[in-house]
Design a protein around this ligand. Sequence first.
Ligand code: HMG
Ligand code: MG
Length: 303
Amino acid sequence: MLLPSSVRLVDVGPRDGLQNEAQPISVADKVRLVDDLTAAGLAYIEVGSFVSPKWVPQMAGSAEVFAGLTPRAGVTYAALAPNLRGLEDALAAGVQEVAVFAAASEAFSQRNINCSIGDSLKRFEPLMALAQAEGVRVRGYVSCVLGCPYEGTVRAEQVAPVAQALRGMGCYEVSLGDTLGTGTAGDTRRLFDVVGRSVPRAQLAGHFHDTYGQALANVYASLLEGISVFDSSVAGLGGCPYAKGATGNVATEDVVYLMQGLGIDTGIDLDLLIAAGQRISDVLGRANGSRVARARSAAMASQ
Ligand code: HMG
Ligand code: MG
């Protein structure tokens, strides 16, 4: 397989990364993170969520974050919306693009959005209709594509119909999420092989949590399967509130470093990105989750 000359990275740190944080994070710190990421060259940021604040309290201030950020030309600022209400609130906040999220496992669907997979897809129908009427693009997620915290094994054959349904209802791209971070490179290749038979690979993305340390290998395995859009989280922030023990997404810095080594363009300035990740890690009072950032900082400190 010929590798792509460029990839598109979606930084989900401000959403997937911060949604799991119990400590309060100010709107100003969230805004700074988003602006730092776009300054580093990220062209797609998942800024927040318009979900129930009872379910995910940390995302309650998402409208304020959208109001506070400094828009840059050519950057997409997106948000999660689980239902029509979420899209309406997102539209009121001026959001240009939203993402809906379904699961490949029934138990996770119930825990995450309180309904079955089938009901979640039905719930998206009025959302999709309004989005289309408003000219808002919708991205789709399928969670638990390589394992479920409640059901264990998830087969690629379970993922394909959900991805196909999202595509069929108008999602321009479907991101396959290893929510739990247990998947291996072999699982990842099989996943895209199977799902790629019903959804074109150009419309699929990879979203890998790094719980088992496999995420970067899974990104590379996805490249070999013809995938060229990846979700990642600056400083490896995060986890999912409904997948206990799962850690953050693969660190954006580490993905950029991998791509540099492969001669694949990301449009991102690694030094500025590392600075952005270090700043938010300091705000959270925690070690930077990017191996590349830690290594670079250690090398600079010893100079
Ligand atoms: P529900 O309780 O079944 O819904 O929640 P409901 O319609 O009965 O409403 C309950 C209350 O929520 C009502 O308020 C509604 O008004 C309110 P009350 O009358 O009790 O005061 N409500 C809302 N409030 C704000 N925004 C809304 C909204 N909708 C209803 N949009 C619901 C169903 C989907 C709302 C809930 O389950 C929910 O918000 N879940 C969010 C879960 C979530 O955000 N999970 C994390 C993101 S997914 C993820 O991380 C995975 C991903 O990264 C990919 C991967 O890694 O695999 C994407
Ligand atoms: Mg996730």
